[in-house]
Ligand binder design. Structure first.
Ligand code: GAF
Length: 384
């Protein structure tokens, strides 16, 4: 969390609303491995990071609630009555979604003011939307003493995403953002919503994110399509979710489904296995195995699940020629955003320069490179 971000949000709140706010920070996340497995009741391995959303919130005595998006310099005022998603509402829908999902629990909210800002680049696949949802539900819970548990809060955030942003996401992003722990990643079972925390120390290696700075248009509809494919195959197999399927089960219905769908379901089965292997390899300090699993994951996401894009494939392929990098893969929903790389610490500077040049030459666009710290989840800040 950057102190500057919190300071700016607080300052802006005082300027616009003239009251003293509660301050919340809600982080984005990375994901080590386990992509698109969350909505299949499977396993994921995310971590909250030191980038996210800073939010200031306080009650007001008006007829409307007011939200100011500091990065965009946009103010939005709305009535708490009859809340509906807005067409092309952008960030507004995350706020409205959270409020509406709280109201669906028969909880009566009073009007409030919010200012928020973030330092997660939009579309980077680092869950700026989950961070925003969580910051709002957490802030409202504190402000109005709603007594919601963190578990209830992340389900509200997830439903806001489903019903107001139209993305039928799993629970990984909201969970990681809410429950993150310092210097740790979380092995989460998305069926039971039980997790195990792993201290992360890759010794001479570290994680590096490279943002393609592209977000291809089809990402949201393609995301929902993938979910539908998984659900329809589960239905055919008469199971709750692909988490319960084996390759043998899938082979038994191979002739009834398309080769494309077969590969997608197979990817999910294999990715779930990779998450387990990844956890074992962390326990045993087998860094080479981690790297290999990252490459396998990318290959599956690109060739079987088909959620990569040429920019992500390019970045991953470039690392294969570099012995200083143990593994890399696309991260998050796909169709743009970041790759996550396991790289020798002392090679970071040289690699940054090299890959920036190559990317520019190939796409005539800049990529961005980030080093992140694994951090705590959503919390109150500046209690004084
Ligand atoms: C997005 C979704 F929001 C997550 O739930 C998850 O499915 C991820 O894509 C892919 O692993 O971030």
């Amino acid at each position: 969390m950057k102190k500057e971000l919190i300071k700016d949000v607080k300052k802006s709140f005082k300027k616009h609303f003239k009251t003293k706010p509660l301050m919340v920070f809600s982080p984005g996340r990375i994901n080590l491995i386990g992509e698109h497995t969350d909505y299949n009741d499977g396993f994921v391995f995310p971590a909250a990071i030191n980038k996210g959303i800073g939010l200031a919130i306080q009650k007001n005595n008006e007829e409307k609630s007011n939200v100011y998006a500091l990065n965009k310099e946009e103010m939005y005022s709305f009535s708490l009555k009859n809340i509906q998603p807005l067409e092309n509402g952008g960030w507004r829908n995350y706020i409205l979604g959270v409020v509406s999902e709280i109201q669906k629990k028969e909880i009566l909210l009073e009007n409030f003011d919010i200012v928020f800002a973030g330092d997660i680049p939009g579309g980077a696949g680092m869950s700026s939307s989950a961070a925003l949802e969580n910051s709002v539900v957490f802030g409202l819970n504190e402000l109005f003493k709603l007594n919601l548990t963190k578990q209830e809060m992340i389900l509200i955030s997830q439903k806001a995403e489903h019903n107001f942003a139209g993305v039928k996401c799993g629970i990984m992003d909201q969970y990681a953002s809410m429950f993150g722990e310092k210097k740790s990643a979380i092995l989460l079972d998305c069926r039971t919503i039980k997790s195990q925390s792993f201290k992360i120390d890759f010794k001479k290696y570290k994680l590096l994110l490279i943002n393609t700075n592209v977000k291809h248009d089809l990402s949201e509809s393609a995301y929902n399509d993938r979910r539908e494919v998984c659900e329809s195959i589960s239905e055919k197999l008469k199971i709750t979710a692909l988490r319960d399927a084996s390759k043998n089960d899938l082979d038994a219905i191979k002739t009834e489904i398309s080769e494309e769908d077969y590969q997608k379901a197979l990817y999910i089965i294999e990715e779930n296995e990779r998450v387990q292997k990844f956890a074992e390899a962390i326990k045993n300090d087998e860094l080479n195995v981690l790297g290999e699993l990252l490459y396998q994951s990318h290959n599956g996401l690109s060739k079987q699940y088909k959620v990569s894009c040429k920019e992500l494939d390019f970045l991953v392929n470039q690392t294969k020629e570099n012995s200083k990098i143990l593994g890399a893969r696309m991260m998050g929903g796909g169709f743009g955003g970041c790759t996550i790389n396991l790289i020798l610490k002392k090679e970071v500077a040289a690699f940054k320069e090299e890959i920036s040049k190559k990317f520019k030459k190939e796409f005539n666009n800049d990529c961005s490179i980030y080093q992140v710290k694994l951090s705590e989840g959503t919390r109150l800040v500046n209690k004084k």
